[in-house]
Write a protein that binds this ligand. Structure first.
Ligand code: SME
Length: 185
Protein backbone atom coordinates (compact mmCIF):
# COMPACT_ATOMS: atom_id res chain seq x y z
CA UNK A 1 0.00 0.00 0.00
CA UNK A 2 2.83 2.40 0.78
CA UNK A 3 5.02 1.52 -2.17
CA UNK A 4 4.40 4.79 -3.97
CA UNK A 5 5.39 6.90 -0.96
CA UNK A 6 8.52 4.86 -0.36
CA UNK A 7 9.63 5.26 -4.01
CA UNK A 8 9.21 9.03 -3.87
CA UNK A 9 11.27 9.24 -0.69
CA UNK A 10 14.03 7.08 -2.21
CA UNK A 11 14.35 9.24 -5.33
CA UNK A 12 14.79 12.40 -3.29
CA UNK A 13 17.32 10.65 -1.09
CA UNK A 14 19.47 9.45 -4.01
CA UNK A 15 19.66 12.75 -5.93
CA UNK A 16 19.83 15.54 -3.32
CA UNK A 17 22.82 17.38 -4.82
CA UNK A 18 21.28 18.52 -8.12
CA UNK A 19 17.52 18.91 -7.50
CA UNK A 20 17.18 21.73 -10.06
CA UNK A 21 19.39 20.30 -12.84
CA UNK A 22 16.46 19.14 -14.98
CA UNK A 23 14.88 22.57 -14.66
CA UNK A 24 18.11 24.28 -15.73
CA UNK A 25 18.43 22.31 -18.97
CA UNK A 26 14.76 23.03 -19.70
CA UNK A 27 15.38 26.74 -19.01
CA UNK A 28 18.41 26.78 -21.33
CA UNK A 29 16.42 25.27 -24.18
CA UNK A 30 13.47 27.61 -23.74
CA UNK A 31 15.53 30.81 -24.23
CA UNK A 32 14.91 33.00 -27.30
CA UNK A 33 18.62 33.24 -28.27
CA UNK A 34 21.86 31.34 -27.78
CA UNK A 35 23.23 34.36 -25.90
CA UNK A 36 20.32 34.15 -23.42
CA UNK A 37 20.84 30.38 -23.15
CA UNK A 38 24.47 30.98 -22.08
CA UNK A 39 23.46 33.62 -19.51
CA UNK A 40 20.81 31.24 -18.13
CA UNK A 41 23.34 28.40 -17.86
CA UNK A 42 26.03 30.39 -16.02
CA UNK A 43 23.55 32.04 -13.64
CA UNK A 44 21.87 28.70 -12.90
CA UNK A 45 25.15 26.89 -12.27
CA UNK A 46 26.60 29.69 -10.13
CA UNK A 47 23.54 29.43 -7.85
CA UNK A 48 23.59 25.62 -7.80
CA UNK A 49 26.63 24.93 -5.61
CA UNK A 50 28.46 27.18 -3.11
CA UNK A 51 31.77 25.68 -4.33
CA UNK A 52 31.16 26.90 -7.91
CA UNK A 53 33.06 30.18 -7.40
CA UNK A 54 33.50 31.10 -11.07
CA UNK A 55 31.31 29.88 -13.94
CA UNK A 56 31.76 30.92 -17.55
CA UNK A 57 31.31 29.94 -21.18
CA UNK A 58 34.08 30.65 -23.70
CA UNK A 59 32.99 30.50 -27.36
CA UNK A 60 35.32 29.34 -30.13
CA UNK A 61 36.29 31.82 -32.81
CA UNK A 62 38.43 30.95 -35.80
CA UNK A 63 39.07 27.67 -37.54
CA UNK A 64 40.26 24.83 -35.30
CA UNK A 65 40.58 22.51 -38.31
CA UNK A 66 43.37 24.78 -39.64
CA UNK A 67 45.73 23.33 -37.02
CA UNK A 68 46.70 23.62 -33.39
CA UNK A 69 46.46 27.15 -32.05
CA UNK A 70 44.36 28.50 -34.95
CA UNK A 71 41.20 28.94 -32.89
CA UNK A 72 40.65 31.34 -30.00
CA UNK A 73 38.27 30.85 -27.09
CA UNK A 74 36.58 34.15 -26.26
CA UNK A 75 34.73 35.30 -23.15
CA UNK A 76 32.04 37.96 -23.39
CA UNK A 77 31.18 40.27 -20.48
CA UNK A 78 27.82 38.68 -19.70
CA UNK A 79 28.90 35.07 -20.21
CA UNK A 80 30.34 34.50 -16.75
CA UNK A 81 29.55 34.84 -13.03
CA UNK A 82 32.33 35.46 -10.49
CA UNK A 83 35.42 37.64 -10.31
CA UNK A 84 36.28 39.51 -13.53
CA UNK A 85 39.19 37.97 -15.45
CA UNK A 86 41.74 39.48 -17.84
CA UNK A 87 41.86 36.16 -19.74
CA UNK A 88 39.08 36.87 -22.21
CA UNK A 89 40.88 35.36 -25.21
CA UNK A 90 42.54 31.95 -24.84
CA UNK A 91 44.22 30.29 -27.86
CA UNK A 92 43.48 26.60 -28.35
CA UNK A 93 47.06 25.70 -27.46
CA UNK A 94 46.85 27.45 -24.05
CA UNK A 95 45.40 26.73 -20.66
CA UNK A 96 43.06 24.03 -19.43
CA UNK A 97 40.35 25.59 -21.60
CA UNK A 98 42.43 25.21 -24.76
CA UNK A 99 43.36 21.64 -23.81
CA UNK A 100 39.72 20.63 -23.26
CA UNK A 101 38.58 22.21 -26.54
CA UNK A 102 41.48 20.63 -28.48
CA UNK A 103 41.04 17.15 -26.98
CA UNK A 104 37.21 17.44 -27.03
CA UNK A 105 37.19 15.86 -23.60
CA UNK A 106 36.26 17.06 -20.13
CA UNK A 107 39.30 17.92 -18.00
CA UNK A 108 39.11 17.89 -14.18
CA UNK A 109 42.00 19.45 -12.22
CA UNK A 110 41.94 18.67 -8.49
CA UNK A 111 44.88 21.01 -7.73
CA UNK A 112 45.52 23.73 -10.29
CA UNK A 113 48.91 24.53 -8.72
CA UNK A 114 50.20 21.16 -9.92
CA UNK A 115 49.20 21.54 -13.59
CA UNK A 116 51.58 23.53 -15.78
CA UNK A 117 48.85 24.16 -18.39
CA UNK A 118 46.76 26.15 -15.93
CA UNK A 119 46.22 29.88 -16.59
CA UNK A 120 45.41 31.65 -13.31
CA UNK A 121 42.40 33.94 -13.32
CA UNK A 122 42.41 34.32 -9.53
CA UNK A 123 44.98 33.38 -6.87
CA UNK A 124 42.26 31.84 -4.69
CA UNK A 125 41.34 29.13 -7.22
CA UNK A 126 42.29 25.57 -6.22
CA UNK A 127 40.41 23.29 -8.65
CA UNK A 128 38.84 23.53 -12.08
CA UNK A 129 36.68 21.62 -14.56
CA UNK A 130 36.39 22.42 -18.27
CA UNK A 131 33.73 20.70 -20.39
CA UNK A 132 33.77 21.08 -24.19
CA UNK A 133 30.48 22.18 -25.77
CA UNK A 134 30.14 19.88 -28.77
CA UNK A 135 27.54 20.23 -31.53
CA UNK A 136 28.12 16.86 -33.17
CA UNK A 137 31.83 16.87 -34.05
CA UNK A 138 32.10 20.68 -33.89
CA UNK A 139 33.53 22.44 -30.85
CA UNK A 140 31.29 25.45 -30.13
CA UNK A 141 33.13 26.47 -26.95
CA UNK A 142 33.81 25.33 -23.39
CA UNK A 143 32.00 25.46 -20.07
CA UNK A 144 34.60 26.46 -17.43
CA UNK A 145 34.14 26.29 -13.65
CA UNK A 146 36.67 27.27 -10.96
CA UNK A 147 36.49 26.56 -7.24
CA UNK A 148 38.41 27.91 -4.27
CA UNK A 149 37.99 24.42 -2.75
CA UNK A 150 40.56 21.73 -3.65
CA UNK A 151 39.14 18.80 -5.67
CA UNK A 152 35.69 20.40 -5.72
CA UNK A 153 34.54 18.64 -8.91
CA UNK A 154 33.62 14.98 -8.45
CA UNK A 155 31.92 12.52 -10.77
CA UNK A 156 28.39 13.81 -10.06
CA UNK A 157 29.49 17.38 -10.89
CA UNK A 158 31.07 16.16 -14.10
CA UNK A 159 27.89 14.33 -15.15
CA UNK A 160 25.65 17.34 -14.49
CA UNK A 161 28.00 19.81 -16.15
CA UNK A 162 28.25 17.58 -19.23
CA UNK A 163 24.42 17.57 -19.33
CA UNK A 164 24.40 21.38 -19.21
CA UNK A 165 27.07 21.54 -21.94
CA UNK A 166 24.95 19.19 -24.07
CA UNK A 167 21.93 21.47 -23.54
CA UNK A 168 24.01 24.47 -24.65
CA UNK A 169 25.15 22.58 -27.75
CA UNK A 170 21.53 21.74 -28.52
CA UNK A 171 20.56 25.39 -27.98
CA UNK A 172 23.31 26.46 -30.41
CA UNK A 173 21.89 24.11 -33.02
CA UNK A 174 18.15 24.68 -32.64
CA UNK A 175 17.57 28.24 -31.39
CA UNK A 176 17.21 30.59 -34.37
CA UNK A 177 19.10 33.87 -34.72
CA UNK A 178 22.63 35.20 -34.93
CA UNK A 179 25.21 33.44 -32.81
CA UNK A 180 27.48 35.78 -30.80
CA UNK A 181 30.76 34.05 -31.63
CA UNK A 182 30.29 30.40 -32.45
CA UNK A 183 29.67 29.34 -36.02
CA UNK A 184 26.93 27.17 -37.48
CA UNK A 185 28.72 26.09 -40.66
N1 SME B 1 42.01 28.61 -15.89
C1 SME B 1 41.65 28.67 -17.27
C2 SME B 1 41.58 30.09 -17.73
C3 SME B 1 40.23 30.73 -17.54
S1 SME B 1 40.02 31.36 -15.97
O1 SME B 1 39.96 30.19 -15.08
C4 SME B 1 38.56 32.12 -15.89
C5 SME B 1 42.63 27.89 -18.11
O2 SME B 1 43.65 27.44 -17.60
O3 SME B 1 42.38 27.72 -19.30
Amino acid sequence: MNNGQRTTFTLFYIVPKFPVAMTLTDDILSQPSFDAAIRTAVAGLKAMQPTYDWVGVYLLEGDPSAGSGQGVLTLQDDHYRGQPTSHTRIPLDSGICGAAASSRETIVIDDVRRDSRYIACSLSVRSEIVVPIMAGERVVGVLDLDSDTPAAFVESDRRELERVAAALAQAWQVIPGEQPAGRRV
